[in-house]
Ligand binder design. Sequence first.
Ligand code: MG
Length: 370
Amino acid sequence: MRADVRHAAATDIGLSRETNEDGYLTEPPLFAVADGMGGHMAGDVASRVALEVLSRGVGLDPGALAEAVKDANREVHQQAVASPELKGMGTTITAMVARPERADIAHVGDSRAYLYRGEVLTRLTRDHTVVERMVREGRIDREEAEHHPQRSYLERALGVEPEVEVDSYNIATQPGDRILLCTDGLTGMLNEDEIRDILQSERDPEQASKRLVSAAVEAGGSDNVTVVVVDYPGADPVERATVAVPQTAAEAPPRVRGRRRLTITALVVAGILAALVATKAAALSRWYVGEDRGRVAIFRGVPGFLHKLEKRTEIPTETLPAVYRNELEEGIVAENRDEAGEIVSDLKDIQAQHGAPKSGSSPYPNEPAP
Ligand code: MG
């Protein structure tokens, strides 16, 4: 059985990316977003392959969604291992199956699912990031996490390991519920109040999707941004919000972002070893300077392992002596972002001594200087 939902999706490449490595799926009752990562076109391949596997693999049995996500992981991983160009690629995935009176959700990475019910926005998924773990362990608070420099370091993604642990949730829905799936291009630019306000004021899922994406881009969104909005039939969420008894700010209840209004049954799926998670977390707290599309580039992560392109510079690698080109191929590891920047500065100096770049010939004229 499937729920008779209304839905829409929107995506944008963002302000400073060459490609849109996000993807989404709207094949009722199945919906998903995926945020790919990896050099060259690999991130694009990772999110696309994962969504393709999901598209053909989800049955309606309980647990089928999580199994399909595991299948997607195996496929992305196999392709990453088989092809040098795709080595190290990975993707997040946040997927749902809309059933009558419930939603099955499966999730890996730092894309998110939210429930908008009445006037309340509740996050349904947990980010698989280093920072999220630090919050859970009480080392930093939620406020600090939002601005933490390591907030997008992933601990878990599809395609990185042969097997992946998948978080599964079974949500009891109510008439008029609205579910939002989104990549971190949205949540990195808009806070949850801003997201809630848009979901509240736009009753049409298509308009809501478009406004969310354009608001993220207008807020300076450099990352790809993708959203899927799914509305359960019943009382219109916007109308219900507007007929609610007006309250003064003092009387208004605190916004619930935890699980107070939800019955979430987390089905714990077979775990990977804690030691492995710790190793991966350590790996992802690092930076390196390497090559992307013939240019010196800064990456988060570890070469050949989970990594994300942070910035491609204007420095063509071919203008550097062979010894440095070889080092870039391997990846020059840095302790932090500043050190990676210093390595780039050094390479710029070396470039100046060994041959000036052809000015004005950059295929990426809009990229900021390193
Ligand atoms: Mg992203």
